[in-house]
Structure formats: C-alpha cells, structure tokens
Design a protein around this ligand. Structure first.
Ligand SMILES: Nc1ncnc2c1ncn2[C@@H]1O[C@H](COP(=O)(O)OP(=O)(O)OP(=O)(O)O)[C@@H](O)[C@H]1O
Ligand SMILES: [Mg+2]
Length: 297
C-alpha cells in the first residue's frame, strides 16, 4: 500500500478516535529544522528579471500596498504572535517542504481536498504566511477556486480584480495582484466568480501567468476547488510542481479522500495535511509525507 494510502488510513483511524470539534490547527511532526531550511537555495538570485521585463522591484513599485483585515481566528501569522496554537505546526510543514525541495523542483504548490470546507484556503493562506515569515522569502498565494472564491475573506482582502479577470484578458498580472501588510507576501484573489472555470483555467493564460511570476517568487501557493465535485483542480495540477491534499479530521469520508487522491499522478503528491484533529484540549492538524517524496528521498 502506498504511503499516501497509509496516511489516509491513519487519518481514518484518527477520525474514529477523535472526540470533538476542532478549534485550531497543528501538525504533529518533529521540531522545525532551520538548518535544513537555510540549506535550501533561496532562489533569490533568480529574481531580478524575468526576461519579460517584469522584475521584483518593478512589481513593488507598480503594486501598491493595500489594506487587509485578516480573520484573526484563522490567519495565524499577521499579529507577530509566534505562539499561536498551530503556528509551530505550519513551521514544521514549511520545513518539510524545504526538505522536499532539496530533492525535487518545487515552487508551485497546489493545495486541494476532496470536498468543500475541509480547510484548503485555511492551509494555503497560512502556509503562504509562514513561508514569508522567513527573512527575504517572497511568496505569492493565488486563489484558484474560480467557482467559489474564499481566500480573500480569510485575508480580509478585495476579491477583484483577480485571476478570473486576468484569464479573461481584462487585466494584466499586476492589476490582479495585491500586496498586503506582510512584507513580500502577494495575493492574487480569484476575481469574480466564474461559471466557466474549466474553460478559463485551460485557455493557456494561467500557464503564461505562472511563467511570468515564477522568477519573482520563492513559492507560489495555489488554492483550488475541491476535487470530487469539479475537475478544475486537475487542470491547475498540470501546471504545478506538487500537491498538498487536505483531509479534515472527523469530516472527510475516507473513500472520498482516496478518490480525490487518485485523480493525481503519484509523483505530484507531496503529502496529506490532516486538518482539525483533536488532542486533549487542543485541536491539531498533521502532515504526512506522500509516496512521491519518499520514493525520491
Ligand atoms: N484547523 C482549523 N481550525 C479552525 N478553523 C478552521 C480550520 N480549518 C478550517 N477552518 C474553518 O473552516 C471553514 C472552512 O475552511 P476553508 O475556507 O479553509 O475551507 P475550504 O476547503 O477552502 O472550503 P471551500 O471548498 O468552500 O473553498 C472556514 O470557516 C475556516 O476558517
Ligand atoms: Mg476555499
């Protein structure tokens, strides 16, 4: 049985022993390892020019800072309180991703799950924040859920213009980007909800967008629609280096999680984030390695 299946099985076992609703996230993994993180090539040297005329400096100049009002209950890193429940676990997830990046090309990370409301946007937004908390790291988080945009609510940011408008050819990438209060954290909201999401996501412009923005950032985190109801995330996956699959403890039926996992090639699956588990009084999340990574380590 694959390690992803093992992880899902463990998640299933935890569902049966879990005692109540979650409050905050965390990941049950060893301590954050800054030595491993700092050993990773930062990619900073790649960031001055894209060849298409867009540089990080011009991005900063052309994309003024906007006001955000992040949801204090779920956005863990805006208040500079490093002891929030769950913050350490996101650091561990960050550390894991850097370890994986020592083995494979990894910049565009898609976050998805089987069903709605499992915590995709929560995980994607907090992952982007914890990445950018490391000095000098530049991170873009994209709300790729064109049918049911939600990340702008977590971040307290404007919904439009965003990815939909860019894919429709109504604006350029700069107009679709926002720069919030956290240094080096950029956000591209989904834009106005689009019924034609599959057509937009496969019209070729998303690939161009990523090609233009990749050289400017250390990480691009892409939030997506749930896998089972709609096929949009498989379109996005084809442009990403890896996938994190969110499973919500006590909520996601294991057969749904398995079906979702089977939509993607093994080599893209980085691991499973088990979100909202309970441990005594503290709700937790866990991160499990996926088989793609372990087979390359
Ligand atoms: N670990 C957690 N602790 C506390 N609240 C959480 C946690 N995970 C998710 N939530 C909350 O659960 C709700 C759903 O989360 P989120 O919006 O991230 O899910 P989603 O998978 O992106 O949903 P959708 O499929 O609708 O986009 C939100 O209100 C979010 O704040
Ligand atoms: Mg969402």
């Amino acid at each position: 049985m694959s390690r992803i299946h093992d992880a899902l099985k463990r998640a299933e076992q935890e569902r049966s022993t879990s005692t109540g609703t979650h409050v905050e996230p965390s990941f049950d993994q060893p301590e954050f390892q800054p030595d491993r993180v700092t050993a990773v090539p930062p990619g900073a040297g790649m960031m001055s020019n894209t060849g298409g005329g867009l540089s990080y400096e011009s991005l900063l100049a052309r994309c003024p800072q906007t006001e955000w009002a992040p949801d204090a209950r779920t956005m863990l890193f805006f208040d500079n309180n490093d002891s929030r429940v769950g913050a350490e676990e996101f650091r561990t997830l960050r550390s894991r991703l850097y370890q994986i990046r020592e083995k494979i090309q990894l910049k565009n990370v898609m976050v998805t799950s089987a069903l709605p409301k499992e915590g995709k946007s929560f995980v994607a937004a907090n992952l982007a924040q914890v990445m950018v908390r490391q000095h000098g790291r530049r991170v873009l988080v994209i709300d790729g859920d064109l049918r049911n945009p939600g990340m702008h609510r977590h971040l307290g940011a404007a919904q439009t213009p965003g990815l939909a408008e860019y894919l429709l050819g109504e604006c350029d990438e700069i107009a679709a980007l926002q720069r919030g209060p956290m240094e080096n954290l950029f956000f591209m909201p989904a834009g106005r909800a689009a019924g034609s999401a599959p057509e937009l996501l496969s019209n070729g412009r998303l690939k161009i967008l990523l090609q233009r923005l990749e050289p400017l950032f250390d990480w691009i985190i892409i939030d997506t629609s749930p896998v089972i109801p709609v096929s949009d995330s498989t379109l996005v996956a084809s442009l990403c280096d890896g996938i994190l699959m969110v499973v919500r403890s006590n909520v996601t039926p294991s057969d749904m999680a398995r079906r979702a996992r089977e939509e993607f090639p093994d080599k893209l699956l980085l691991g499973v984030v088990l979100n909202g588990t309970q441990s005594g009084a503290v709700a937790r999340s866990k991160y499990y390695y996926g088989e793609a990574v372990s087979s390359k380590v």
